[in-house]
Design a protein around this ligand. Structure first.
Ligand code: FO1
Length: 316
């Protein structure tokens, strides 16, 4: 096996919980994260990149792990003041988190590309893995719902993912390309992992960046995906609802079917063992194990299973 990096396609909290285990079985400096930026938005003049920040804070050991996003022990004094000034205060920014956003926005408006600012932030916070946005170009995940045409954060945070979703679509894709460093990382990768993130709105936008699918397809024999669904349910969030909105079967088989051209290995939970033969029928090697990722021990066991999967000799 070559000494190339382990590349991880990542959304927010699900990916961060998985990465917390991966860094225990792979040296952090050998890990390259490709993060979703479809959730990003401009908010009161600041550029917010929730999934990049979630991954950064978790890898830095700073995350509020119970809440999933933001910084542990952060205060919300500025947020409270903003709520007194504006009705647009449904998206919460902690005071320390605000520093990240002030810094990022200042650098972006000075012309520094997102991948470079993301690297600066990660380095300042002591993260040894490389974190890359899927693209430097702005890409927005939007949803057509019963409550109108919404930005992802309006649907997720403001509307608490209650409106029925009819369509998910993206703006900005036609102007986008993978961020610098992605093509090199994927072609050199000893392993590519698709984190247990929402396939519709976390992994979906990454794969849709023009040029990305071909890079991933070329690495298919080195790629393992971890199912984000256990017994047809997500640990958190509207994964099932959004897969249904895209006409995808909302279980581990549906996820495996979505990734069949870009992954050769698939990790499913023991609760889904009955799906193993049909997923194998799609051409996958399969590992079956507890995938709840409740703590770094269980996360490292899932990561170890994913690492081992493509090392085994093929079944006769
Ligand atoms: N999620 C919420 O449910 N409510 C919030 O007010 C909120 C603020 C927030 C601020 C910074 C950040 O990095 C993430 C934040 N998130 C919040 C999480 C975020 O909306 C989602 O977790 C992701 O976009 C989905 O992966």
């Amino acid at each position: 096996m070559s000494l190339g990096p382990v590349v991880v396609l990542a959304g927010g909290v699900g990916a961060a919980r998985f990465l917390r285990g991966l860094v225990r079985v792979v040296p952090p400096e050998e890990i390259v994260v490709i993060g979703n930026t479809g959730d990003d938005m401009w908010w009161h003049g600041l550029y917010i990149a929730p999934d990049l920040d979630t991954v950064t804070y978790w890898l830095a050991g700073l995350a509020d792990e119970a809440r999933g996003w933001g910084i542990r022990g952060d205060t919300f004094t500025a947020q409270a003041a903003l709520a007194g000034l504006s009705e647009r205060s449904w998206f919460q920014l902690g005071d320390r988190d605000l520093a990240t956003h002030l810094y990022r926005t200042g650098r972006l408006t000075a012309g520094v590309p997102l991948h470079a600012v993301t690297a600066e932030l990660a380095e300042s916070l002591g993260v040894r893995s490389r974190i890359l946005p899927m693209s430097d170009a702005p890409i927005e995940t939007r949803l057509k719902t019963d409550a109108g045409d919404l930005h992802f954060q309006e649907y997720f945070v403001r509307e608490h993912f209650r409106p029925a979703v009819h369509e998910i679509y993206w703006t900005g894709l036609d102007q986008a390309q993978p961020a610098p460093g992605i093509a090199e990382a994927l072609s050199a990768a000893r392993l590519v992992l698709i984190a247990p993130s929402n396939p519709s709105i976390s992994i979906g936008p990454i794969v849709r960046v023009p040029g990305m699918r071909a890079l991933l397809a070329a690495a298919r024999s080195r790629t393992v995906a971890i199912s984000p669904l256990i017994a047809g349910r997500a640990v958190k969030g509207p994964t099932v609802e959004l897969m249904r909105a895209q006409g995808v079967r909302p279980d581990a088989f549906g996820v495996a079917d979505l990734y069949r051209e870009i992954a050769a290995g698939f990790v499913i939970d023991t609760a889904d063992v009955a799906l193993a033969p049909s997923i194998a029928g799609l051409g996958y090697r399969i590992a079956v194990r507890a995938t709840t990722l409740d703590d770094s021990d269980s996360a490292s066991q899932v990561a170890a299973a994913a690492l081992a999967l493509l090392r085994q000799p093929a079944a006769a």
